[in-house]
Design a protein around this ligand. Structure first.
Ligand SMILES: *[C@@H]1O[C@H](CO)[C@@H](O)[C@H](O)[C@H]1NC(C)=O
Ligand SMILES: *[C@@H]1O[C@H](CO)[C@@H](O)[C@H](O)[C@H]1NC(C)=O
Ligand SMILES: *[C@@H]1O[C@H](CO)[C@@H](O)[C@H](O)[C@H]1NC(C)=O
Ligand SMILES: *[C@@H]1O[C@H](CO)[C@@H](O)[C@H](O)[C@H]1NC(C)=O
Ligand SMILES: *[C@@H]1O[C@H](CO)[C@@H](O)[C@H](O)[C@H]1NC(C)=O
Ligand SMILES: *[C@@H]1O[C@H](CO)[C@@H](O)[C@H](O)[C@H]1NC(C)=O
Length: 474
């Protein structure tokens, strides 16, 4: 069954002059202006893509380059001066006036096998900011944006997702609504997109990286905007959930909306279980992320484990493993520094956008972003500071050190992955880093097992993460 109804357009591979390079950039030129790439002082016009009109592509000679907006004889260059990677024949899809298309962001080492077999996809990117461009019914959408607390949806007439290596488009089926509760009081709203809301009954389901719905989280209360993404990445590295997120910049009806966390919608199935097969979804459903991410509602779960001598031992073993593997400044600080490089310009852009909704407009700045990644700023504890203090307290309390001296993890072959045609295929273990044994003492919890023991293991992992990182879940 061909369920992948997105169009996946490879970076152009058409025959070109051997010395030529394929350039591609997402840009929003003012009315009447064009986009070109300037190489060696020469402008080479780029053509708007037929499916994503804001994606400008073309071939030009290799060399140091800059993208420019052209208007008659006038050309306005972007700030960054770009260099081609050695031997590159294409740039991938870049973004006008953003220095870094991808940044080498160190991965989080995997602490345990995923409890529930994941569908491995490119949804959880950490090293780039993709772009989402929406055209929506403006009558319906403007009403939602002006009054976020009212219930209502607007039809998305065109959805485009452009990452450095992929372009996905949908037409006419998705709907968008405002999302979240406390965040409705902010000028920058969160949104939810459902890809099948308007699909006729019995019609073929549209899936985006295997998802039927996604959230765009505004992160309006977090000056760094990375806490939620980091928390999701930590949960995945702990083996606890397969909820994922990545950074995206969002444009709706040609207006900038800002930097968002593109995130799984925990209330829906991640993927169509008839596609995924094997029933693994059932266990995952019961692991409601929403129930674990808020300190208030999870504390009872933590307390429950700590009251039992049996689980307390397991809890502490997991805690030590997570600290040794990744929850320490040795692993986290380089990741935060790489994110500072990756996100700085998009954060600056985001904080310059007047909110579209009537609520509170934050006054965060790039300086707040940089400072709070590391240290206390505006009364909010720094992320690196929190991790450093937390790891130190725990190593002292439980008398261990944070060196990763644990046995190496073997290959992980469970779960499934999306191949380049969008088909779900078995995971062969070759492209996946997670691996190793399930937390000790939880025999039934190897990947693939559904039911109560997997749920217990997953709950233990999540409870441990709550103890480690409450500060991330604002
Ligand atoms: C590029 O971004 C900078 C801010 O970093 C801004 O001052 C400048 O106007 C932008 N250039 C163009 C051509 O948009
Ligand atoms: C998340 O991304 C990493 C690479 O950044 C990849 O190795 C891993 O398989 C991904 N996980 C899922 C569940 O897609
Ligand atoms: C846009 O939404 C409004 C309000 O929901 C609706 O009345 C109108 O028919 C929609 N327009 C189109 C073109 O679908
Ligand atoms: C898919 O999930 C739904 C709801 O959880 C369930 O009713 C259905 O039986 C599942 N289908 C398969 C093939 O597992
Ligand atoms: C949390 O769990 C309770 C009880 O299991 C359930 O009723 C509630 O819907 C869950 N909340 C979320 C956000 O998943
Ligand atoms: C991070 O904060 C600590 C104090 O909390 C400070 O000593 C250190 O210099 C800071 N690092 C950076 C890169 O700002």
């Amino acid at each position: 069954m061909k369920w992948w109804t997105l169009s996946l357009m490879a970076i152009a591979t058409a025959a070109v002059n051997a010395a030529d390079v394929q350039y591609a950039v997402v840009a929003f030129p003012p009315n009447g202006a064009g986009v070109a790439v300037s190489v060696g002082g020469q402008n080479h016009a780029l053509a708007a893509d037929s499916q994503v009109p804001n994606l400008f592509k073309g071939s030009a000679p290799a060399g140091d380059y800059q993208y420019v907006l052209t208007n008659g004889q006038n050309a306005t260059p972007e700030l960054p001066k770009r260099k081609l990677a050695d031997g590159a024949t294409s740039t991938g899809n870049e973004f006008f006036n953003r220095t870094h298309t991808t940044v080498d962001v160190p991965a989080l080492p995997q602490a345990f096998n995923p409890v529930y077999p994941p569908l491995f996809t490119g949804f959880n990117k950490s090293n780039e900011v993709a772009t989402i461009i929406l055209q929506v019914n403006s009558t319906a959408f403007d009403a939602l944006v002006k009054d976020p607390k009212q219930k209502g949806k607007a039809q998305v007439t065109s959805f485009a997702y452009v990452s450095s290596q992929e372009v996905f488009t949908f037409a006419n089926t998705p709907s968008i609504e405002t999302s979240g509760q406390s965040t409705k009081d902010f000028a920058k709203q969160s949104y939810a997109i459902d890809f099948n809301d308007l699909t006729p009954k019995g019609g073929q389901k549209s899936l985006f990286y295997g998802r039927t719905a996604v959230k765009l989280r505004a992160e309006a209360t977090d000056p760094t905007q990375v806490r939620e993404k980091l928390y999701l990445d930590c949960l995945a590295a702990a083996g606890a959930t397969t909820l994922s997120g990545s950074f995206v910049r969002v444009f709706i009806n040609n207006q900038p909306y800002g930097l968002y966390t593109l995130m799984d919608d925990a209330s829906t199935h991640l993927i169509d279980n008839t596609t995924f097969g094997n029933g693994a979804e059932q266990g995952r459903d019961s692991v409601a992320y929403g129930n674990y991410s808020r300190a208030g509602s999870t504390r009872p779960l933590v307390d429950l484990f700590l009251k039992s001598p049996y689980y307390k031992g397991q809890f502490e073993t997991i805690l030590q493993t997570l600290v040794k593997r990744f929850f320490n400044p040795r692993v986290m600080q380089p990741r935060l520094e790489a994110w500072a490089t990756l996100l700085k310009e998009d954060i600056e852009w985001d904080y310059s956008i007047p909110g579209h909704s009537p609520g509170t407009q934050n006054s965060f700045t790039v300086a707040n972003f940089i400072a709070n990644l590391n240290t206390t700023d505006g009364g909010m504890e720094g992320i690196n500071q929190w991790i450093t203090t937390r790891a130190k307290t725990l190593t002292q309390q439980l008398q261990f050190n944070d060196a990763d001296d644990l046995p190496a993890l073997g290959p992980y072959k469970q779960g499934a992955r999306l191949d380049s045609n969008g088909n779900v295929v078995p995971n062969d273990g070759s492209s996946v880093t997670p691996g190793g044994s399930a937390p000790s003492g939880s025999n039934g919890a190897k990947g693939g097992t559904s039911g109560s023991s997997a749920l217990t293991t997953s709950s233990l992992l999540v409870a441990t993460m709550v103890v480690l990182a409450t500060v991330f879940s604002l």
